[in-house]
Design a protein around this ligand. Sequence first.
Ligand SMILES: CC(C)(COP(=O)(O)OP(=O)(O)OC[C@H]1O[C@@H](n2cnc3c(N)ncnc32)[C@H](O)[C@@H]1OP(=O)(O)O)[C@@H](O)C(=O)NCCC(=O)NCCS
Length: 185
Amino acid sequence: MIVKRIKLIKRKLGIVCREVLFSIKFDLSFVRTRAWLWIFNSIPDFYCLRVVTTGFLRLAGCKVPILGCYVRRPFYLDRAQNLVIGKGTFINRGLTVDGIGKVTIGAKCKIGPFCVIATTNHEGDDLHDAVASVRIGDRVWIGARAIILPGVTIGDGMIIGAGSVVTKDLLTGKVWVGTPARCLR
Ligand SMILES: CC(C)(COP(=O)(O)OP(=O)(O)OC[C@H]1O[C@@H](n2cnc3c(N)ncnc32)[C@H](O)[C@@H]1OP(=O)(O)O)[C@@H](O)C(=O)NCCC(=O)NCCS
């Protein structure tokens, strides 16, 4: 009876230890981005502070030019080192980038409020099991609440309508709208 109990306690302790170790390892993989983003998101959202705030994005690991970019708060990002933002790009409030895969946003883009850029699909038990990079060209305008799915490439100068879901590469045409995004012209 006692031996059985000891075995049960040992097993439960093992599970708790594994869970604690996994949590620490998991949090450590995001700690740099989350710590700096926490500061970034606490700074008042004024245009004149953009040099300071892009500085915090760089400290988080993001490749973003200090001058000429304006990223509004709040901004949600998991791995800043996987994010590249080009010169002259404006990112409106509420952008969510999971950033597990690489995300490249070109120069002079305009990203509308509350868009989502995803790089992960969950096809198995692992949290980040199917990762694919997203590439957004130069001078792309993405309307409010659009969603860009993993693995997508958007060519230079494209316009994505508000609320659209981009499921495949957009390399021809100019204006794409709807779910899934279809070419308007
Ligand atoms: C994509 C967009 C630029 C197209 O504008 P437009 O060329 O004037 O298009 P129209 O209004 O003439 O619409 C043409 C057709 O596309 C459809 N359409 C336009 N925008 C759409 C959208 N976001 N999603 C789905 N369908 C859309 C219209 O219903 C219309 O369909 P119909 O021909 O069957 O009636 C504009 O609709 C848009 O989504 N702008 C984004 C605005 C925004 O998010 N601003 C935030 C600040 S960055």
